[in-house]
Write a protein that binds this ligand. Structure first.
Ligand code: F6P
Length: 322
């Protein structure tokens, strides 16, 4: 192979830039040309690409967001859209593609790679960490640290005013962020999409704490939780007037900022591994991290299977939130 393309797609995640830098430099180190594709698959449809050099990606490792910009591209979900993308890939002579993103990105990549026999390697990057086959996704660690910093600040004011705070954190369908954020901030209770019984636990908690006249606390609510943070807020206001309750939705601040050291390191490892995978004729796989080792997982598995929450962490929540 002589020339590869790289794109970032879906929700951006801190560390995507570090991965683009690693892909670019590994390709150049191995004598390949590298094309940056703007705004995910959309850049292939709109012919919006440019050549990446080792200096183009200088001072990029520490920057949040993504130099390549990102998008969720509806047209690429259609056969016509993918045909257009393939024609352009042929036109500019790409021999392989590295796609950096989450499950939507990998779903598109998997279909595309099957249809057109173009070698594609995925690098998992999403703050949600909901990709099967890898212990970590790029951006998850940074987002957690951002959340911990924000919740610690909220804790100060919660204690000062003896208030109960509901804090909604991201995680569209999965509670990985909420679970770890809850443990790391010593939250009194956590609501996760995966376990509805935690709603009952929350109600028990509210009863007990009231009896012990402890009315301040932090409850972490995953965005994906069946019961929405605002509905719990209304319920507590109605059923438990003894609590002075406030709601904070952390929102997109969780997606920005300079990547943590951990995210920079895995982004670098995975970027190198992705290009080396293309060089050794691998295709239709994701490079991931398991037990600190780089692993290769078929893209189809990474999107088909649901990654399980760590049961041990759940046990810890129960013990430590008494
Ligand atoms: O997948 C990452 C994520 O941040 C989710 O946690 C969240 O539900 C979603 O993206 C938000 O997407 P958007 O930025 O399009 O509102």
């Amino acid at each position: 192979i002589k020339k590869i393309g790289v794109l970032t797609s879906g929700g951006d995640a801190p560390g995507m830039n570090a991965a683009v830098r690693a892909v670019t430099r590994t390709a150049i180190y191995n004598g390949l040309k590298v094309v940056g594709i703007h705004e995910g698959y959309q850049g292939l449809l709109q012919k919006d690409t440019f050549e990446l050099g080792s200096r183009t990606v200088g001072h990029l490792i520490q920057r949040g967001g993504t130099l390549l910009r990102s998008a969720r591209c509806k047209e690429f979900e259609t056969a016509e859209g993918r045909k257009k993308a393939y024609d352009y890939i042929q036109e500019i002579g790409l021999d392989g593609l590295v796609v950096i993103g989450g499950d939507g990105t990998f779903t598109g990549a998997s279909i595309f790679s099957d249809e057109y026999n173009i070698p594609v390697i995925g690098i998992p990057a999403t703050i949600d960490n909901d990709i099967f086959g890898t212990d970590a996704t790029i951006g998850f660690d940074t987002a957690l640290n951002t959340i911990v910093e924000a919740v610690d600040k909220i804790r100060d004011t919660a204690s000062a005013h003896n208030r109960l705070f509901l804090i909604e954190v991201m995680g569209r369908d999965a509670g990985f962020i909420a679970l770890r954020a809850g443990i790391a901030t010593g939250a009194e209770s956590i609501l996760l999409p995966e376990f509805e019984e935690y709603q009952t636990k929350l109600r028990e908690y509210l009863e007990q704490k009231h009896k012990r006249s402890k009315q301040n606390g932090i409850i972490i609510v995953s965005e994906g939780s069946k019961i929405k943070a605002y509905d719990i807020y209304k319920e507590i206001t109605k059923e438990h007037p003894e609590y002075d309750v406030r709601l904070s939705i952390l929102g997109h601040l969780q997606r920005g900022g300079s990547p943590s050291a951990y995210d920079r390191v895995i982004a670098s490892q995975l970027g190198v591994a992705a290009v080396e995978a293309l060089l050794t004729d691998r295709s239709n796989e994701m490079v991931g991290i398991r037990n600190n080792q780089v692993v290769y997982v078929p893209l189809s598995d990474s999107i088909k299977e649901d990654k399980a929450l760590n049961k041990n962490l759940l046990r810890i929540v129960d013990i430590l939130s008494i």
